[in-house]
Design a protein. Structure first.
Length: 140
């Protein structure tokens, strides 16, 4: 896991920490996890490996909605490997997938200058919008 994105999520940690207790009970989360796993052809042991877990027991709990402890680091690893937005996984808010350019920037974040890292961080929400949403925002 790259430290650059973890830094970005840590910057917003107060929001995510406040939400952390509610993640496990959020309606549809387990269905979105299953959707991504089905799209990728992943089974629980593969997801456990992605998340650095010793056994897939917790993944089975994610899938049946009974998990009591859904860790942010595990969600981050799952989202990074599947190239989806964490916000979509948690809330269902679109867009689901990160644009290719954004993924490339995140992958090379550590190589950027401090100024460029700040620019990327401050503009990441706008960069993540699908093109049609940007067009609609410009016409209204």
């Amino acid at each position: 896991m790259g430290s650059h994105c973890k830094h970005i999520y840590n910057t917003a940690s107060s929001i995510l920490t406040d939400s952390h207790a509610m993640i496990a009970s959020m309606e549809g989360l387990h269905l979105r996890i299953k959707e991504v796993m089905d799209e990728r052809g992943w089974e629980p042991p593969r997801v456990a490996e992605i998340c650095g877990m010793k056994t897939p027991h917790a993944i089975y709990q994610w899938l049946d909605g009974t998990t009591k402890n859904l860790k942010l680091d595990n969600l981050y690893s799952f989202c990074t490997e599947s190239e989806i937005h964490m916000e979509w996984l948690i809330s269902g808010k679109l867009p689901k997938y990160k644009p290719r350019k954004l993924r490339m920037l995140e992958a090379n974040f550590e190589k950027l200058s401090g100024r460029d890292q700040d620019l990327l961080y401050s503009n990441s929400d706008a960069m993540a919008q699908p093109a049609e949403a940007k067009q609609n925002n410009g016409t209204q």
